[in-house]
Design a protein around this ligand. Structure first.
Ligand code: PHE
Length: 341
């Protein structure tokens, strides 16, 4: 009997130590101390022992029982401390213990939707277009000459001879006009790509929003009042915008649009390079060659288009000094925009 007890002591302790998760340990406890367990069986067998042997064996068995019990408790505490161990004893479909943090929109998406909302209020609808674009829509249909520098691989990510990552949202102009007849008033937000080295104000991917309005008597004055309304509503600017002459192959005349600096309200500061003005978009009247590429009859329509960088608008709105922050997905940055909408 003594030997049996000794063997059970050493094998019992070894089995307890070997249990690697709570479910294993419970099996060991049942096998040793359960109703049909090995120790329990021996205790039950005491009555069949010789009366001379019985008291010593009984005492020894009770000590073993206490020892194993203490061993089981200690091992259970160890397993609980070491945290979850992947294994068959874990039900991975159970809900986690920590509350999952609430997500929120990326600041770029918040700004993009806010911009769209303002244009919806002026009767615009939202359009869409592909990021992997044909050279034709990105350049040719927009009246870019074959040797235009933007077509160089130094500026554009080409996929093959015909396909590229769009460098601007303007290719949606012809894509849309091919499918729809005027009157048109569309905004098309989306991601664009340029082969640029990243720094605080350049990123090889960024967001633009394209605007396109086409009807029979659209003028530059309509463009001006539309962008003035936008900057007043979005930035609460007191001053309207100013237009500077510029050049784009797909608009004539073309302009760059400045608005009053949001940081100094026009006085001149570091944000606006002391000018009091911030450039916010390129724009102009749709070039006749673009209407032609879209298959519209000659001289039937007039229209305006604009293209605005959403990243820059978001940076101005939230005082973000480095565009790369918008693409690194650092939670410490993103969590600052929780609850902002
Ligand atoms: N696509 C031009 C750019 O990326 C902006 C623009 C859009 C200019 C529409 C005029 C009209 O710089």
């Amino acid at each position: 009997m003594k030997e049996t007890i000794e063997r059970l002591r050493s094998s019992g302790i070894a089995r307890i130590e070997a249990a690697s998760h709570a479910a294993d340990l419970e099996e060991v406890r049942v096998a040793l101390l359960g109703r049909k367990g090995e120790v329990t069986g021996l205790l039950r067998g005491l009555k069949d022992l010789d009366s001379a042997e019985r008291p010593a064996a009984g005492a020894e068995l009770n000590r073993l029982k206490l020892e194993l019990d203490a061993g089981l408790t200690a091992r259970a505490a160890q397993l609980a401390d070491s945290g979850p161990v992947a294994g068959p004893g874990w039900d991975l479909t159970l809900p986690g213990e920590l509350p999952a943090g609430e997500g929120s929109n990326h600041p770029l998406i918040t700004v993009l939707e806010e911009i769209c909302d303002i244009f919806y209020g002026m009767g615009f609808r939202r359009g869409d277009g592909p990021e992997v674009e044909l050279d034709y829509y990105n350049f040719t249909a927009l009246n870019f000459p074959d040797d235009h520098p933007a077509r160089d691989i130094q500026d554009t990510f080409f996929i093959d001879e015909k396909r590229l990552l769009r460098t601007q949202t303007s290719p949606v102009q012809v894509r849309t006009m091919e499918r729809m007849e005027p009157p048109l008033a569309l905004v098309v937000p989306g991601r664009v790509y340029r082969n640029e080295n990243a720094d605080a104000s350049h990123s090889s991917e960024f967001y633009q929003i394209e605007g396109l309005v086409v009807d029979t008597a659209i003028s530059l004055a309509d463009l001006k009042s539309t962008v003035d309304t936008f900057v007043r509503r979005f930035f609460g600017a007191d001053e309207p915008t100013r237009f500077r002459p510029h050049f784009f192959p797909f608009t004539e005349p073309s302009v760059e649009v400045d608005m009053q600096c949001v940081a100094c309200r026009g006085k001149g500061c570091g944000v606006c390079g002391q000018t009091g003005w911030l450039e916010i978009m390129g724009a102009g009247m749709v070039h006749p060659n673009v209407f032609k590429a879209a298959g519209y009859p000659e001289d039937a329509y007039t229209g305006f288009a604009f293209g605005m960088g959403i990243d820059r608008i978001a940076m101005l709105k939230y005082g973000i000094g480095d565009i790369r922050l918008l693409y690194e997905n650092d939670l410490r940055f993103l969590q600052q925009f929780r609850g902002v909408s």
